[in-house]
Write a protein that binds this ligand. Sequence first.
Ligand code: TEU
Ligand code: CA
Length: 536
Amino acid sequence: MEWWKDEIIYQIYPRSFQDSNGDGIGDIPGIISRLDHLQELGVGAIWLGPVYRSPNADNGYDISDYMDINPEYGTMADMEELIAEAKARGIRILMDLVINHTSTDHHWFRRSRDKNSPYADYYIWAKGDDRGHLPNNWTGFFGEDCWEYDPERCEYYLHLFAKSQADLNYRNPAVLEEVKDILRFWLDKGVAGFRCDVINLLWKDSLDNGKRKLALTGLEHYCSLEGTHEILRELRKVLDEYGAYTVGETVFVTPETARDLCAPERKELDAVFSFEHMECDQYFIKWFKRKFRPKVFFDCLVKWQRELDWNSLYLENHDQPRSIPRFGSREHWKESGKLLALLLLTLRGTPFIYQGQEIGMLDFDFTRMRQLNDVESKNVDRVLRRFHIPRKLRWKIVSRTSRDNARTPFQWDAGPNGGFTTGRPWLGVNHNCAEINLASQEDDPDSIWSWYKDLCALRKEREVLRRGDFEALETGDQVFAYRRALGEERMTVVLNFSDRPAQVGYTGSLVRSNYPREGFDGALRPWEGVLLEDGR
Ligand code: TEU
Ligand code: CA
């Protein structure tokens, strides 16, 4: 039963959702205390960010024990209670499956440093040459080299991400068997599936030198290779024993390579997170921003709607800056926040709402590097410093794109620390929590929160919005229009992504607008979106 074609999934970044014990760190009991919020929103599943034992070099994406819970987040009993309490509310739990790499604190890695141990080949080790050169010219995702010398083994190990995130070696069949055990462990506990971290990078073919690129040299040796597809088909056999859902985070996918990963007949993944629509406001790499181009964004969304029968839909996550400043308008905060919600919840696919998106949370209000936590942001600042970029310009480059923009604690109310913690928060709470918080929106029928709740309910009520076909009507420089159709049901969505009004020729009976209005006469106000029935 493809439940994920009828449900909306909510992403929780556990460190920043709700603290329950005053240590300033979000935790599992805190999540349990907020499940009623998620049930009221109307989501059918939670993608829970990594809560496994971890030294937190990358806030849990550096795992040292896949079958134990980070004590900062709680206990295994807490995790089992979360699964049960969520289930009691009709909410499934998806775990974050991070199997491209482990923490160098994992016992597999520690023992892999001894060439004679049974774990010697769990990771990708290589000799440099005796002049101190690295095994090849590949570069990593976090702005640093991707080879680290280990003085005990006297060899280098590969890490495409932080140096404490060592890439696993899937040429070793024992690694695949370990991963199958991890899947069974969590599926036996009742989770409904997994979000799979950088899952299209698992198989590295040769370690030959890669082509020099502006960033990420060597991709051709490890991105979406046939070996990875074989691994995914093997893992799918275990997942199918449980009817589990998988959505893969897949860097650099195109619709073609995405289909090879998630078309049903491939029996690999059920969906992927693509990145192309999140690259419409950058030059080549995300640190070099450009003005957001709505038409490029619309055309990209239309391409992916046309080329994949089904996929995930998202505008925010824990790696991306917030969507209103990026694709909407701070000046029209409420209208554009609602407009983006109307887009997300009326396209075809499985919508993902990231914590805080439902109340219009914005980027952090930090002013200096020492307030940041993110390893990627710190590495990039170090690289820029090596190129003698002045501090002010470094801060401008890093702060616009830093992943910490979406990692500030959830703003529950206007009280101290936005109601997130009674202690000192691990990452600063945005001072705008006085104005932007759930408590101030819950009883306001015109709030972004009320709008999300209403649209989630409407999507559940109207099958045409979940299962209907998609037809693009217009992708202009400011207006995006499309139609959903199922049997006799037709709904037209018309979105004005601009500070300027727009006049359009679509007709139909008004179902929703993010502005108060009676009927629809074709005149769209700034950042207005309308949903029409029997649109023409
Ligand atoms: O992210 C993979 C990844 O490539 C992103 O970091 C991306 O490069 C960029 O930050 C967004 O454009 C996954 C996790 O989502 C991320 O949090 C982890 O840091 C990373 O893998 C390593 O596990
Ligand atoms: Ca806590």
